[in-house]
Ligand binder design. Sequence first.
Ligand SMILES: NC(=O)c1ccc[n+]([C@@H]2O[C@H](COP(=O)([O-])OP(=O)(O)OC[C@H]3O[C@@H](n4cnc5c(N)ncnc54)[C@H](O)[C@@H]3O)[C@@H](O)[C@H]2O)c1
Length: 312
Amino acid sequence: MANKKIALIGAGNIGGELANLIVQKQLGDVVLFDIPAKENFAKGKALDLEQATALSGHQTIVKGTSNWADCAGADVLIITAGIPRKPGQSRDDLVATNLPIIRDVADNAKKHCPDAFVIVISNPLDAMVYEFKRRTGAPRSHVVGMAGTLDSARFALFIAREANVSVTDVRAMVLGGHGDDMVPVLSYTTVNGVPVKQLVAKEKLDALIDRTRKGGGEIVNLMGTSAYYAPAAGAIAMAEAYLRDQKRLLPCAAYLDGEYGYKDLYMGVPVVVGGKGVEKIVQIELSTDEKAALEKSAKSVQGIVDVVKKSA
Ligand SMILES: NC(=O)c1ccc[n+]([C@@H]2O[C@H](COP(=O)([O-])OP(=O)(O)OC[C@H]3O[C@@H](n4cnc5c(N)ncnc54)[C@H](O)[C@@H]3O)[C@@H](O)[C@H]2O)c1
């Protein structure tokens, strides 16, 4: 059986780590795409990764390119095209640069990979995935944004360190938009079923929530650019759930058509991801405070989506 084909649009920091994880997990063959000015860079990264397979024994082809025709027929498309944040910038500050980029990517994706399961990572995430879907007209089952898996992983790590438990036992759930208003949902956050509130004092939990909300900025301030290992891992969990029909329940930015009371908006919600893509948006019960926090987050997302719509 032929390997699945995974096209990575953007061969930068996240793109390179995505390719590496795809090889390690043997999810499929990789096309590492970037703009013509970065074609050699993409080719170099691809070659470097392929040479590593001679040592690891993985049977994977990795091809660098700036030709969209090489992405034709991809099963999965993961989009990181655009610029990342620098210290002092918010995700929303990226919209002017990244909007024309996502539109260019959407037009080419529609032409060359119309059947792919698409995971958008570029920021500002919720607005970029909204614009990708609007521009391509692709079904909502096949266009999602990655943020919730990353934000939940960050929250889980902070809880594990504070409670001194294994991070593999922490089930954390962060919903809403991928911004400073994101919503870590305590009522669904447990250490193997034990509510986190029983293990970590309220003031400490509040501090962990605050650190999670600012988790991206913390790394930008340390490194001078955005995180890439955990963002890549977050997207790979989603891609693997689709390619291997795992039916995982993951927090993803999904297109809402009435769910949670929102329409025509992308936002992080619990989603079952399987071989048909977004198979279900799970509507969980939220406390009054959590609903209010989700509403605040939705308003922030809507604000940036309105900017995007105005310039359509
Ligand atoms: N959703 C999340 O949780 C999350 C987390 C971290 C970073 N991000 C975002 O992901 C994006 C990528 O981050 P990175 O660190 O990999 O950046 P990077 O600068 O290392 O890589 C981005 C790549 O996109 C390429 N590119 C630009 N225009 C393109 C186009 N039209 N077609 C194809 N490729 C194009 C660039 O040449 C560059 O190589 C940024 O917008 C960043 O803010 C999102």
